[in-house]
Ligand binder design. Sequence first.
Ligand SMILES: C[S@@+](CC[C@H](N)C(=O)[O-])C[C@H]1O[C@@H](n2cnc3c(N)ncnc32)[C@H](O)[C@@H]1O
Ligand code: SF4
Length: 428
Amino acid sequence: MPLNFVQSSTVFWAEKIMRKSLANHLVITPVKEEIKRKAKPGHTYMLYIHIPFCHTFCSYCSFHKFYYNEEKALQYFSFVRHELRKVKEQGYDFETLYVGGGTTLINEPELIKTLEYAKSLFNIKEVSCESDPNHLAPNSLRRFRGLIDRLSIGVQSFDDTLLKRIGRYEKFGSGAQIQEKLLKMAGILPTTSIDLIFNFPGQTEEQLLRDVITAQALDIDQITTYPLMQSNLMKKSISKAFDGQKSDNEHRFYELIRGAMNQYRPVNGWAFSRQEEKLSDEYVGSHSEYVGVGSGSFSFLEGTLYVNAFDLDQYMDKVANEESAVIASCAFTPKQRVQYQFMTSLFDGMVDIAQFNQMLKTNVERVMGKEITMLKLAGAIEISDGVIVPTEFGSYVSLVLMREFYAGMDGVRAMFRSQPKVDKIVNL
Ligand SMILES: C[S@@+](CC[C@H](N)C(=O)[O-])C[C@H]1O[C@@H](n2cnc3c(N)ncnc32)[C@H](O)[C@@H]1O
Ligand code: SF4
């Protein structure tokens, strides 16, 4: 069903509030003094490791990355391990690790060494790792048994026309070849997940539904369907890749996906699972505090967002000199923290008011009174027994908020984009 007037206004309002809040409050300032962080005893954090290398770049992707250079990558991995040791010295411990990129499996021996090292330092129980379709050879993946619990594979689409448009057909093969690779790797690692992107310019309903049906037929454990995020950083290259075509069917496609995912159940605003358990998702803030390791990674600790050096040489120099890799930070106000956590909890499917208040030492109904009333009047949330749950429309609103939030984070990446200092290393 198309959005009615109240719903369209709510979506417009949600986008506007998020953009305004990011523009006014996401003020990242360079750190002047060495950042000294210390873990809070008994607190749970998530660990994120960033691997910023790719052989070629896809037209829509704004993630922090450089063209692969083996020598640099070998150095980089060793500096990541060094940084991990520093994090250990600061008293942090982790049960979950997310490895994102870039192309995380671009140098498998180094990744294995790094995962083994991380596991030797911390009480890590679950490791999620991204991959692209070129690193799914069963013999290679078997070497990651016991090291990676969940592999999340970037498929984006099985449609050859779309794959060609986004520059992935030549790199990762046709939709049929990707399906074959996925079938061959089934069961090697405990959990497999695939990423699809929807709402590409000119994408048709048929293309979308074929992707969703194909993904389910592969019997994959989890499927994530991201709306195409077009930050200012990527707008031009996306438009060029699609010959300037314009279309926006985000809501219609979202409804179609939710309707067609009949063999899976939603686990958050954009992910679906065949299993009962929750999933770790790089994007989702169910872990409210996390430590990021590696160039261009973010940490969120005690209400402050920290940004690690984006420039590879700067990152490595800092770690080599036993300095913190953090180059900038932004302290969230108490209200922003509540807003951010409210958005991610809604996206994850519910806000238990008492738990939420206890965790953030707040009164969410007072701090977010206006927003909660608006969402309730628009039919985006329902409140009963002290729990706020998004309606079907509310899940879409939470996706819009999340999409805007991450497009805003691209603004942070854009700020730190710098000229390459090393031959062959090209910053996006
Ligand atoms: C950082 S990428 C790494 C994946 C891996 N390198 C690959 O290419 O398959 C992780 C996921 O983010 C999603 N992603 C990246 N850019 C996006 C964008 N502009 N809009 C929506 N999703 C995006 C893709 O689905 C991708 O699989
Ligand atoms: S989508 Fe993956 S392979 Fe493509 S540029 Fe982004 S990180 Fe690299």
